[in-house]
Design a protein. Sequence first.
Length: 408
Amino acid sequence: MRRASGFVLSTIRTTSFARRRSNGNFCSTPLPLPQMDHQSDSERYDFNPILRWNPEVERYFIHAYGADHFSRISAALTYPSRYSCIRVNSLKTTSDAVIEKLQGIIGETEIEGDQESWKDGRITKCKIPGLDYVVFVKGSGPCAIDYGCASGAPPKEVIVSRKCAEAVLRGAQVYVPGVLACSAHVEKGDTVAVSVALEQRMADGGWATGITRGTVLQGLQTDPHYSERRGLYIGQGKAMLSRAGLFRVTEGIAVDMNNRVFKLPSFHDVLEGEIFLQNLPSIVAAHALDPKKGERILDMCAAPGGKTTAIANLMEDEGEVVAVDRSHNKVLDIQNLAAEMSLTCITTYKLDALKSVSRANESIDSGVPQISNSVTPTEKQMSVHDGLCGDKNCVGNGNGMGKLTTAM
C-alpha cells in the first residue's frame, strides 16, 4: 500500500538543537551539543531524544502550561504515535473487510515478527462519527533492545537520515536512499543496529548532517560522529545488501527491521488500492470539506494525492477533483495513486497554484501545463469550483480550505 509523504515525524530532529524555522515560533540558531561523558552501552544504544527549545519560547510555554505539564508535552513530542491510521478505499471494500484481511495477513505472515501482539482489538474502526472508513492499528513501544554489546565489541551499524528514521518509527523498512553510512565489512544477512543522523548548523549557516553518503563507520570513539548518535538508536535489523551493495544500487530495502524500538506493522505492498496510510488530520481535512457527488473541487497543493483521493472517495468518484502541483514528478505521484485506487474523476495540472489565477481582463486560454487527457483548461475553465482544498498543515503554499459559494 501507499504511504502519504507527509506521514512522518518531525520531532527527533530537535534532539540537540531547536527547530530550524525562523518564523518567530522556534529558534533559528543552534544550541550547544551536550558534552559527552563516558556512558554505558545501555545508555548509548537507546532511543532517548531530548527536545531543546528556544529559551524565550520555552518560558512562554511554561507560563502558559506550567512547568510540569510543559515537561510532559516536550517528552511526548519526542516519541511517534503508537497508532497507524488507515483510510479505506470505500469504493473497493469496507472497513470490516479490511480489518478481517489484516488480521488474516498478520496471522499468516506475522507482520513485525510478533503475531500475538497484533490480535485482540489491536485493529479497530474509528469511532469518530462519519469516519467509519478509517481504521486504526495499535502498536507498542518504546521497547528495550539488546544490541549485543556484551562481547565488548560495538555492533555493526547503519546510519540513516532523519526522514528515513521518522518513517521507520512509524513502521517502514529502511530503504536504500535513506542510508548515509555503514560499518565496514557488513555483509548481506548481518544483524545491524540502526541509528539516526540529525541535521546540525554548519559554519556557512546552513543545516546538514555532516555525513557524506557512503561514509565508513570505524566504531567507538574513533568515529567522529560517535557522540552525536548517543540515545538515537531506533532498532535492529537484517542487512539485505552488503556494504558495497548499499551504495551501489538506488532502490530497494536496505535493512529489514525485525526488532524495533516502536513496534508498528509495515504496510508495504499490503492491500494495495484498498487502503492508504494517512494521518488522521489530513483525513479530517477532506471530511470537513464535505464534498458531494457531482461537485467540482480544486486541490491547490495536491501531491502526493492523499487528500485528493480522499475527496474523490467521498464524492464516490462522481464529479471532478482538479489537482495541481508544481512539478512533473509530483503530478505523476497523484496520477499513480489515483490509478492504484481506481479513481477516474481526478484531473491533474502541473502549475503553481499561487500563479494560476487570471485577472478579469486576461485570457485564460494561455496554455496551462497539464498532465492529463480528460480535461483541458479551455474545455472547462479552472476558475469555476464548488470547493477548495489547500490544507496549510501539510503543504507549503496552502491557504486554508472551505467551500466556495460563488462561481466566476
